[in-house]
Ligand binder design. Structure first.
Ligand code: SF4
Length: 209
């Protein structure tokens, strides 16, 4: 990648940024969730010195141009201050192009793509996604709702169901929860992940990974 920013007159946002040997793609600011801990609700769009505010959503071609050769990175990761799969067709198109170019793809997601699309999309995603980090966020539905304020009914169960199906479809799934959020029992989150046969990772607030 030579550029991390598009430079057209109306669009100067970071849509591809290198970090930890990976390249992260920032394709939308829209979310299914409205997490109380989200930096954007504190009007802070800067993550590890990258300004992730988008003035418009980049096209598939713009994202691929900003990325360049995906094989220069360990992984290309969909991860911004928005949920990538709200642009589901674009995620598939970008990921497919990366795979065809020999890259590896990780999806950092709320795990609600199937709920939002109204059908099970895990097998379709497994064709183009190698790994997924899914924000579990809490050890039960009540705490999950308190922190993430989902726009859709049944989000917690749908997220866990998606995680399980995605793993069965061949995606290497890791559930994540953030250390230090009030009422979140991270050890209990890890137990649930383990019982489901999934990996688990503690996250640090506001740190991209
Ligand atoms: S899913 Fe991520 S980007 Fe969306 S509101 Fe929650 S923390 Fe913010």
């Amino acid at each position: 990648m030579t550029l991390t920013q598009t430079t057209t007159a109306d669009f100067h946002s970071v849509i591809a940024y290198p970090l930890h040997g990976n390249c992260y793609l920032n394709i939308t600011s829209e979310c299914t969730l409205r997490c109380g801990f989200c930096p954007k609700y504190k009007r802070s769009w800067e993550i590890q010195s990258y300004d992730l505010r988008l003035h418009r959503e980049p096209t598939v071609d713009e994202v691929l141009a900003a990325l360049g050769d995906p094989t220069r990175y360990q992984e290309v990761v969909f991860c911004g201050l928005g949920e990538p799969t709200v642009r589901y067709p674009e995620v598939l198109a970008i990921a497919r192009a990366i795979k065809q170019a020999g890259g590896r793809v990780r999806l950092n997601t709320d795990g609600l793509a199937s709920l939002r699309e109204g059908r099970d999309v895990s097998a379709e995603l497994a064709e183009v996604i190698d790994r997924a980090s899914i924000s579990m966020n809490a050890h039960n539905e009540a705490v999950y709702i308190r922190h993430t304020r989902p726009r859709l009914e049944g989000a917690y169960a749908a997220m866990l169901d998606f995680a399980s199906r995605a793993q069965q479809a061949g995606i290497d799934v890791t559930l994540t929860a953030i250390d230090g959020l009030e009422g979140v029992d991270v050890a209990a989150c890890e137990r649930i992940a383990t019982e489901m046969g999934l990996k688990f990772r503690r996250r640090v607030l506001d740190q991209v990974g």
